[in-house]
Design a protein around this ligand. Structure first.
Ligand code: UD1
Length: 416
């Protein structure tokens, strides 16, 4: 199993080009099922998760080809409606195929994802929303099964803001009969952009960018031709690396307004920012200041940056309080950071971080994607050598991470 060996303590300097966003690419890949034909997705990150999703589409009968970061998906020959447990259990986002399959074929057999490293992560909003649109869904042998479904417009109000359920129901509604109104939808850029992509293919969606969407079903859509937006979480992770190492990193190919909340927190922690169109330069302070963070749906501070922000605060001057309101169990990085000398007390979904002057390199284990990123950040700033095990989690969501950090002056290598 691959590991990362990192010798920390160097300020990171230079320019990094940010990849396409995994969480924007996955729903767009699912949306290709809505229209038979050849779809072209540019700037798709080459990651384990995008490959897994490509495999799901292939099993459904699509032809998928990756050339560099161009992904071509031919959905003309889709002839199956089953997403098997073996793939869904490795990547929950596979459930995105459910809405499009029901919308186009009136049938689907999609494995229920089950739990994950940070809690049960239910899909009840996906299911009740589709049921409200007329889909009679059964759970059979661990699978969500729909047969003879004819989706109809409905008014659906979400009691929790959910990225996944918003995307799922948007995709179901664009081909449903009549008008669907979705209330309290997610505003994450990945979702707004999915809506824009669907509109470019002929969908009729009003209210994009607001909490209320009105979607009038159409008979058919044209194939997708789009470029995936830059990954705001990858960008914010590199910004955090500048903050922790006292470095200066220019993030290129980014949309700064997609990660304003983390940028503002890093500013509060003492970073200096230079924002330009499509780029941000982050200069880290000698030592970051403590900051308090509460995760919220977009435009609030993203839960996907909570672990990395704890790493920054571990080295800060003062005590930081970090609360995750979205995923209350998402703290598996805390005991690993403690092995590097961090002083963090966990009280339920609140981490109280007493900043230390130095972290020291250690052998640690990655437990999920963003937790792994926080360990990499801590190792880059720590004194001495760290060995990070189970980095396959990182390969799910960061494209060529070690190459990008090495180009910024980090001593980092992948070892088997
Ligand atoms: C997506 C992101 C993930 C990110 C998360 C929150 C993808 C592929 N993944 O996950 O990286 O951490 O948004 O920004 O884009 N909930 C329910 N019932 C449901 C669905 C969700 O109660 O049916 C709850 C969840 O438990 C959670 C909250 O809603 O507390 C937000 O979850 P959601 O936005 O749906 O997360 P995902 O789409 O799974």
């Amino acid at each position: 199993m691959d590991k990362l060996r990192i010798t920390g303590g160097r300020p990171l300097q230079g320019t990094v080009r940010i990849s396409g966003a995994k969480n924007a690419a996955l729903p767009v890949m699912a949306a290709t099922l809505l229209a038979p034909g050849v779809h072209r997705l540019r700037n798709v990150p080459r990651l384990r998760d995008t490959r897994t999703f490509a495999r799901v589409l292939e099993l459904l009968g699509a032809k998928v080809e990756f050339e560099g970061n161009l992904l071509t998906i031919d959905t003309q020959g889709v002839n199956s409606v089953e997403a098997p447990y073996e793939l869904v259990k490795t990547m929950r986002a596979s459930i995105y195929v459910l809405g499009p399959l029901l919308a186009r074929f009136g049938e689907a057999r999609v494995s229920l994802p089950g739990g994950c490293a940070w809690g049960p992560r239910p899909v009840n909003l996906h299911l009740t929303g589709l049921q409200a649109m007329g889909a009679a869904l059964e759970i059979e042998h661990g699978y969500i099964v729909g047969r003879g479904v004819k989706l109809k417009g409905a008014t659906i109000g979400f009691d929790v803001v959910s990225v996944g359920a918003t995307a799922q129901l948007m995709m179901a509604a664009v081909l449903a009969e009549g008008t669907t109104v979705l209330e309290n939808v997610a505003l994450e850029p990945d979702i707004t952009v999915l809506g824009e992509v669907l509109v470019a293919c002929g969908a009729r969606i009003d209210g994009l960018g607001s909490r209320r969407l009105s979607i009038q079903g159409v008979r058919s859509l044209r194939p997708i031709d789009t470029a995936i937006i830059p990954d705001r979480i990858e960008a914010a992770t590199f910004a955090a690396a500048a903050a922790m190492t006292g470095g200066k990193i220019r993030l290129e190919g980014v949309a700064p307004d997609h990660f304003e909340a983390p940028l503002r927190k890093l500013e509060e922690a003492g970073c200096t920012l230079l924002r330009e169109a499509g780029a941000v330069t982050v200069s880290g302070p000698g030592r970051p200041r403590a900051v308090n963070v509460v995760t919220q749906p977009f435009p609030g501070f993203p839960t996907d940056m909570q672990a990395q922000m704890i790493a920054v605060c571990a080295l800060a001057d003062g005590t930081s309080v970090i609360e995750d309101t979205i995923y209350v169990d998402r703290f598996t990085h805390v005991p690993e950071l403690a092995r590097m000398g961090a002083r963090i007390e966990l009280k339920g979904n609140v981490a109280v971080v007493k900043g230390v002057e130095r972290l020291s390199g250690a052998q640690v284990m990655a437990t999920d994607l963003r937790a792994s990123a926080s360990l990499v950040l801590a190792a880059l700033a720590a004194e001495g050598e760290s060995l990070i095990d189970r980095i396959y989690h990182l390969d799910r969501g960061y494209e060529t991470l070690e190459t990008k950090f090495a180009a910024l002056g980090a001593r980092i290598e992948r070892v088997s």
